[in-house]
Design a protein around this ligand. Structure first.
Ligand SMILES: [Zn+2]
Length: 470
């Protein structure tokens, strides 16, 4: 599912009609719907669900479709028996072409029945929408990947490239067991691929049934949490001294608050600012295009920075998010601490950001410590025409007149782990979401039925385009 990113600024100028909805679903769509429903109705929350069960159910479907045991790998860390996953391999004919990897996470954000209008773990179709936790993030994609392999088998399709599917757990919960991270660390061979297709891209509708944009996610920021801490001998508050742990910490935080990391662009964000800016046509849009041409244009930067998503899309950001200190109302503080959350522009090692914070603070009395979980900081994947080209060709077919706009996410997905393992990972166009975010991570999550069915057709064609090509 698409994360809230700079994409929120995509123009409302495109006006290509979405493909006409089929009044009656095709038999192949109903077969897919069955997979989708089973995935949504398998609770995969960290608290009460089981990704392992969902992975086993998908493996059973692939087995029933004719996959050999040797082509299916169910995996789980013994310490996290319910957080397992599945890798399925559909062999290609070429000895030289590298595989492609289709990845989707199968865990979902918690959902309380009492808060929802409907049971979050029943998939309900109503008024042109599928409702249920995970319908948008990310079980539609996971179901399409499984369905794609089953259709390949039925067609006896012989791709040049090997096509791999990985269904993993733990994307939604920081610090939980993460299947993509585990595979990259322990079964790198199994998921080896020239590139991977993931969540994070996709289309936007105008909320009235019209698809107005399609994007591909190319790169994302990573994050790190730092603990800032000051210590002091303290004493009685009736006899204060200037040297005070809280003041010392406050001074450090003020410096961080006033510090602006320098503007940077990747090939992707430069193109995003040029194309999305030009299409917007307003003052911010003109400044975006000017900045893409000349990143030293301070006047343009000042206009763009007024948009918080664009501001963050142009640099590393660090912000104070938690605060603690002192131990009694009548004592001088012996300790004060804060959490600073950094969203790091691709290509910067986390140690470099820590060193920059220390430099900005300029006070060795303030300790800066990186907290777990420690995520990798891979470079952004290349804006490779061999990857982007087929996406655009098929968008021309499905949504004539739309241009696939590449964008970097301010948030993050499992692409971080694959990127760090040397597998460039792209969030693909296809299914579209509504302007309100479809309740992903929130209440009454839903996907437009047409978005799922048309997006599925697009994704199937896209996988074949890559699999046939090398
Ligand atoms: Zn997701």
């Amino acid at each position: 599912m698409k994360c809230p990113t700079a994409l929120l600024t995509l123009p409302l100028l495109f006006a290509a009609p979405a493909m006409a909805a089929d009044a009656q679903p095709r038999p192949d769509q109903l077969a897919f719907r069955d997979i989708y429903k089973e995935l949504v109705e398998t609770d995969t929350t960290l608290s009460a669900g089981s990704c392992t069960l969902a992975a086993e159910r998908m493996a059973a479907r692939l087995t029933a479709a004719g996959f050999a045991d040797s082509q299916l790998t169910l995996f789980a860390d013994p310490a996290h028996p319910k957080e397992g996953g599945l890798v399925a391999v559909y062999p290609g004919t070429s000895k030289t072409a590298k595989p492609i990897l289709l990845i989707a996470h199968i865990d979902v954000v918690e959902a309380k029945r009492a808060d929802w209008e409907r049971d979050p773990f029943r998939m309900v179709e109503e008024d042109g929408y599928f409702y249920g936790r995970g319908t948008a993030d990310d079980k539609a994609q996971a179901a399409v990947w499984v369905d794609t392999l089953i259709r390949f088998r039925k067609e006896n399709y012989k791709p040049k490239r090997t096509v791999k599917v990985a269904l993993t757990c733990g994307e939604e919960t920081n610090g939980a067991f993460n299947g993509a991270e585990w595979l990259a660390a322990n079964r790198r061979d199994l998921i080896d691929a020239e590139f991977a297709l993931n969540e994070g891209g996709g289309g936007d509708s105008d909320g009235k049934g019209k698809v107005i944009g399609q994007s591909v996610q190319v790169g994302e920021k990573t994050f790190a949490n730092f603990r800032l801490e000051t210590r002091n001998p303290g004493g009685h508050s009736s006899a204060p001294v200037p040297d005070n742990a809280i003041y010392q910490l406050a001074a450090a935080l003020t410096k961080i608050g006033q510090y602006e990391f320098p503007l940077e662009m990747t090939d992707t964000t430069r193109r995003f600012f040029a194309e999305a800016g030009t299409a917007r046509g307003d003052e911010t849009g003109r400044a975006m295009a000017a900045l893409a041409k000349d990143p030293t244009d301070k006047a343009a930067e000042a206009i763009v920075n007024a948009d918080r998503f664009l501001h963050s899309n142009l640099r590393t950001t660090c912000v104070a998010t938690l605060l603690d200190g002192g131990h009694a109302p009548n004592a001088l503080p012996q300790r004060a601490g804060a959490n600073v959350n950094c969203r790091i522009f691709p290509g910067h090692p986390i140690e470099e950001i820590k060193a920059e914070l220390e430099r900005v603070i300029g006070d060795p009395g303030v300790t800066v410590t990186q907290l777990p979980p420690k995520r990798p900081a891979p470079p952004a994947p290349p804006l490779d025409p061999r990857v982007i080209g087929p996406m655009q060709t098929l968008v021309d077919k499905y949504w004539p007149g739309l241009k696939v706009i590449p964008a970097m996410a301010n948030g993050y997905t499992d692409a971080t782990f694959l990127g760090a393992a040397g597998i460039p990972t792209y969030g693909i166009p296809g299914m579209w979401g509504d302007p309100d975010g479809n309740g992903a991570h929130g209440l009454d999550e839903r996907m437009e039925v047409r978005s799922v069915y048309v997006g599925r057709d697009y994704m199937f064609d896209l996988v074949k385009a890559y699999a046939d090509e090398p």
